[in-house]
Design a protein around this ligand. Structure first.
Ligand code: C5P
Length: 296
């Protein structure tokens, strides 16, 4: 192949249960991931050396720290090939927004470079390499709806009926994921975390496809920490409730706010109302679940 392009979705967490901090600094999670139709695209073109360019919002590192660059290097060294590729990322997923945009780009780079270099990695190997790059990378490969245990990388797909309709409210400026986890630990100093368990109400809502039940079942243990670091998020979430969202929560470590609608038409109306509140730098409509990283 001469050029490969991979489209990869953002995620929202339907449940983010955060357990106590582990010896390695990570937290054991019950992380119910849901892939939504906001996409980045990563294009891999043959080149003499590894380079990276980014099109879209500011704030994406364009050096060795870029997760797509790390993914390409890891795949090359695992496969015993030279990382000769020019990566180009077209970003639509918010940067440092709690929607796993960087992890999505890493997943896309793995799939794009595997096809470009003909390295023929199995699905299992790509998932394993992805987990070495970041906890959310395996889910970006898988897509759909899935429960992630451990750091969030041990995935089990969940059968969800039908489609759900979302509105996402972007914020100006991101939040650092490690800072939000650290704030979560700080807020829990007096009351150590209980071990999280998968929510029965959430699984039942996914089985029936009922948005009202799903809206009631959404939970995020990182939300108090995100609100503590970014107090304006409280009013942003309240705006969603006042505008008729059937569920609202901070997406992952934030600061993107996720609002659930009862139908596609309701999401369009909700998006319009939320745009008018002036509380978000952008408002986007999306549906889920969608598939993970795919060659296009
Ligand atoms: O795995 P990843 O590099 O994406 O994680 C980013 C940061 O988020 C980690 O350095 C850690 O601070 C925090 N984290 C955590 N527990 C997890 C996943 C992430 O504490 N299960």
């Amino acid at each position: 192949m001469t050029v490969t392009t991979v489209r990869v979705p953002a995620k929202v967490n339907l449940q983010l249960g955060v357990g106590p901090v582990r010896d390695d600094g990570y937290h054991d999670l019950v992380n119910v991931f849901h892939a939504v139709s906001l996409f980045d695209e990563v294009t891999a073109t043959p080149a003499a050396t590894l380079t990276i360019t980014v099109e879209g919002p500011a704030g994406v590192p364009v050096g060795p720290d870029n997760l797509a660059v790390r993914a390409a290097r890891l795949l090359a060294s695992h496969a015993g090939v030279e990382p000769r590729v020019a990566l180009h990322i077209r970003k639509d997923i918010p940067v440092a927004g709690g929607m796993a945009g960087g992890s999505a780009d890493a997943a896309a780079a793995l799939v794009a470079c595997d096809a470009l270099w003909g390295t023929g990695m199995s699905r299992e190997t790509l998932l394993e390499l992805g987990a070495r790059i970041g906890s959310d990378v395996p889910f970006a490969l898988l897509g759909g709806t899935a429960v992630g245990l451990g750091r969030g990388e041990r995935l089990t797909p969940v059968e969800a009926v039908g489609e759900f309709h979302w509105v996402f409210g972007y914020a100006d400026g991101g939040l650092s994921t490690p800072a939000v986890y650290a704030e979560c630990d700080r807020l829990r100093t007096d009351a150590p975390a209980a071990w999280p368990v998968v929510s029965d109400d959430l699984m039942a809502a996914l089985k029936t496809g009922d948005p009202l039940a799903l809206g009631r079942a959404l939970t995020n243990d990182l939300q108090p920490a995100a609100l503590s670091l970014r107090p304006s998020l409280a009013a942003a979430l309240a705006a969603g409730v006042e505008s008729g969202a059937v569920g609202s929560l901070v997406s992952g470590s934030g600061p993107t706010c996720a609002f659930l609608a009862s139908s596609s038409a309701h999401a369009a109306a909700l998006g319009k109302t939320l745009s008018g509140t002036g509380r978000f730098s952008a408002v986007r409509q999306a549906r889920g679940p969608v598939s993970g990283a795919v060659l296009i």
